[in-house]
Design a protein around this ligand. Structure first.
Ligand code: ADP
Ligand code: CIR
Length: 344
């Protein structure tokens, strides 16, 4: 493979850090699962509007291609190769009383973590048989869940388009055909091995074999962030007793996208900020100050509708889970204050 064509207008972290010299240094390296640099960078090469553009095929990718991954990890998370990751999943340490008890701004709250099964390749390098093995072991694990977490598994294979589209529209299920995941090799053999587990009320869900092998999700209407976090922690702890997760002392939970390493947590609200939306520079000053990311209403790479945004923590590595949620909470309090001042 030759140095890829990375046009000047490409602003992804891949384009920023993949110099011809670094490419030469890494181009012939391979992990034990035969994952190559070419595969790792393909999403960013094919999608020049990527934010990041790089994926790992296995835990080893983070060491084999470290000179590239480390720079991108440091740029995104502010986490250097000498830092270490730490965890705190204690809901009592979270200071998050409902910031919008009257329900004027926050529509819903969702917190998810990504997880992958220990000693398995990640999605970009997994075989069909291994993916099915992952599905079987996750389904066996989640079927043991009890009480509020008890539910059913619905494989994508055999699900009607009508049910699938309704779940996607209502924010419960992952989209189909994402071009970033497609070029990363994450949509291979679709829809086999993919599915969703959820409880009766759809306040607890597990996505199986999408970008990560598990996405463990807690969500509900309104702004009770602490209740959502508490349910998520209960779920993570119970699933971990059944399914061994891939973890590194340095990088925390291993995920296929380097932005998700560490806590692998994204805590978000869907929030109506119609006035602030008219002053994007003020809006972004606040989100930058609190390390927040703005997404559209149908997830990553989607647009806002009617002044409603998905606001979430941006940092996930080198901070604890409690801090990740606290980032989101503190920022949301500031956003509501600003919105109120503009509407009075
Ligand atoms: P991820 O959360 O895994 O990073 P996406 O950004 O694609 O992935 O979001 C997945 C789905 O979750 C989308 O349908 C999105 O609208 C929905 N979602 C995210 N945050 C919330 C929220 N606070 N309330 C309701 N749905 C949400
Ligand atoms: C991209 O590079 O834009 C996609 N591969 C998604 C990257 C992860 N998303 C994020 O942190 N916003």
């Amino acid at each position: 493979m030759n140095y890829p064509n990375l046009p000047k207008e490409c602003t992804s972290l891949l384009c920023k850090y993949l110099t011809p010299e670094l490419f030469e240094e890494l181009k012939d390296k391979k992990t034990k699962n035969n994952f190559t640099l070419e595969q790792a960078i393909n999403s960013g090469v094919e999608n020049i509007d990527s934010g990041i553009g790089l994926y790992a095929g296995d835990k080893e990718s983070y060491t084999t291609f470290a000179p590239l991954f480390d720079q991108i990890i440091e740029d995104y998370h502010g986490f250097t190769k000498d830092d270490s990751h730490k965890s705190n999943l204690n809901p009592n340490d979270l200071n998050a009383p409902n910031p919008d008890p009257e329900g004027k701004y926050i529509i819903s709250t969702r917190i998810r973590v990504g997880r992958n099964v220990d000693n398995m390749p990640l999605g970009p390098a997994i075989s069909k048989e291994q993916r099915e093995e992952v599905e079987a072991s996750v389904v066996k694990g989640v079927k043991q869940l009890e009480g509020e977490l008890a539910g059913n598994y619905y494989p994508l294979l055999g699900m009607s388009k009508e049910v699938q589209n309704k779940l996607i529209k209502n924010h419960f299920l992952f989209k189909e055909g994402d071009r970033f995941l497609e070029s990363a090799g994450l949509n291979k053999d679709w829809p086999e091995g993919r599915g969703i587990y959820h409880n009766h009320d759809k306040t607890f869900l597990v996505w199986v074999n999408e970008e990560d092998q598990l996405r463990i999700i807690s969500m509900q209407m309104g702004g009770d962030i602490r209740e959502v976090f508490t349910r998520l922690v209960k779920a993570i702890t119970s699933i971990e007793e059944q399914v061994p997760f891939s973890y590194s002392e340095h990088l925390g939970f291993i995920t296929s996208c380097p932005t998700n390493l560490g806590t692998a947590m994204r805590a978000s609200v869907h929030i109506a900020l119609p006035n602030l939306a008219k002053d994007m520079s003020r809006f972004k000053n606040i989100t930058n100050k609190f390390h927040l990311q703005i997404r559209g209403i149908h997830g990553e790479h989607s647009e806002s509708e009617g002044g409603v945004y998905d606001i979430s923590n941006r940092r996930r590595l080198g901070i604890t889970e409690v801090q990740a949620v606290q980032d989101m909470y503190d920022g949301v309090v500031a956003l509501i204050e600003a919105e109120k001042s503009l509407s009075s």
